[in-house]
Design a protein around this ligand. Sequence first.
Ligand code: GAL
Length: 741
Amino acid sequence: MRKIYPLNQNWLFNHQFDPAFNALECSEKDFERVILPHTNHLFPISGFDDRDFQFVSSYRRHIQIPETLRDYEIFVDFEGAMAVARIFLNGRFVCEHSGGYTPFAARLTPHVNWGGDNVLAVELDSSERPDTPPFGGQIDYLTFGGLYREVNLRVVNPLFLENVFIKPRQVLKQDPHLEVLGFLQNSQQVKGEATLEFEVTDGERSVLKHKSRFSLDGNSQQTVQMTIEGAGQLTPWDLDHPHLYQASVTLHSEGVEVDRYPVRFGFRECLFTPEGFTLNGKRIQLRGLNRHQTYPWVGGAMPARVQRMDADILRKEFKVNIVRTSHYPQSPHFLDRCDELGLLVFEEIPGWQHIGDRSWQDISCENIREMIRRDWNHPSIILWGTRINESRDNDEFYARTNSAAKELDDTRQTGGVRYLFDSHLIEDVFTFNDFDPVKLQTPVHPLHLVTEFCGHMYSTKHVDNTERLTEHVRRHAHIQSLAAATRGIAGAIGWCAFDYNTHKDFGSGDHVCHHGVADMFRIPKFAAMVYKAQCPPGEEVVLEPGFHWCLGDKAAAGGVGEAWINSNCDSLKLYLGEDYVGEISPSKDLFPGLPHPPFKVGKELEGIWGERWKPLRIEGCLQGQPVISRTLSERGVDAVLKIQADSFSLNGDGSDATRVWFMVTDEFGNHRNFALGSIQFEIEGPGEIIGDNPFALTGGCGAVWVRSKIGSGPIHLKATHGWLGTHVVTIDVNNEFHESL
Ligand code: GAL
């Protein structure tokens, strides 16, 4: 029977590479012991040399494979090895894989030393090799290097299920059903009678069952198709109720169970139509953000909890309904969480503007197959991106990528992100990066989605003045409003969610693109609140002033000048201290497409000097009743250091991690964006800090991540700010875990 053994601990890593490191025996004294996910280099937050991750390194892992497994197939599954990996077992070459964003399986079986020690060696080239996507030109992001996602050892029978695809069919019609494809590998090419049993469970309850008999045809690969009726009783997956089912496919050969393959899926229909995007027949205005998967210091090398947290931030904190995985397939953990939260996903192949030669294109086509075969059961994914982001037309290549997607998955439409409006449409949906801050292109194709806007046209930092942060808010609100109000546009996905590290040719000269509605620590700027405020007040009442309450650059007029408040209230009442100064309404005239347009403040807060310079209180009302209130201090004092962990409990496996973010606030909890000082950390217990220590504040906020060690017990993270005191955050580490092989 199928067994999965995590292989993340006990790796040996060397920054250097020597062919001798691929051998069964070599001196390991210069190797350091590491745990995956692993980055081949630790970076500062910004201002580093982007060549520092570009080298060939070596990883080795000793694996004890018991004699009892001799009759089985042994694979090692790599979730992500950046960028080109050559795998060896016991000195013998196993396989090579190109592309750091898609998984691959290394079949070890023929080379295993049964009952003894085995050495798995990975020669990992993390340089920007021009023969491999996304490289060859210049890209506006960094790939970083290392075995930065998880690795598992998989033990299966020689006859096993390599993959399963559950396709929802006729979801809204008379005969809703599932079409299930079981992809069999039959390495000994046996013939005979077999069955596939399919079962869907909802929690403990079995809700659908089906059994198919078939003959093993003796080929090494065979696909078995099943039609499962009765899907009408399944609860559909949608954004408010992202109902997920657990299914299993069990393979019997000659009456003996040989494999059982678990899959999670959702029952739903997604379709771009000329009227917009529909989920289960209901039109949904797509409002979202692009996400890069990288973090400060470690690039992409963050574990499941941290990857999942990004989906939580996007869906629960920023309330967007779609994310584009720009510009590559992202962590399966992130996608799992999108499924659980009802966050739609547009996933695309690796690349940026550059198309390489024929063999580069072959790798790209392979990457698309790997992406789709990995992710086809995620109900959150509604569109495959089959074009290199913003590349020029290449009809032959894109006919290949597009048909690769269609052949594998006939349930989803395709898109291909472009910036040339007159480019040929080979895919279904015209997915277009529209950076004009004033207007959007009028669609010429029936299915049109804006996949980027704003970004480099208007980068922002927490330390920017109110005018700039205000304009950032306006631009996001304006384009989202236009997209919603323009017939034929399914929605808009802003550039971007989080600031990210990049090459010297992009960004602000510090190797950072400050294009996010949140910074690299995922701490929101005001523009993120445009998105948040679009949720119905029944879900959460939002009241987010888009300015700091200070005289600032508009001192001549007093107050903040013209600024925005993002809220889903009907009206806002403004008070200076106890003095009522006015009531404002959402700016429906400026942002007619938004359900909850920002509120403009201006003249109400003009000329506020001397005696009138008091705390600003904003009261949000729904149907005339006050439901929420915020007070902003006028004192200009950095009063409080707020510090908070996203999770207070970690697994003791040496890789689990949580963000611990901090922010200097006024006495009412409002971000003090010019606050300085540094935070000194001390850590006790089974954990370590990923991040700067001491941490020098800029923008009055920041974060570190705390990673567990293999062990258990409490971690005490003590944070001391020069004049805002000491705080202790306690995080429990449970489930001490040692890998068994
Ligand atoms: C786009 C590109 C993105 C990013 C963005 C910056 O042209 O697709 O990857 O570079 O510009 O605004």
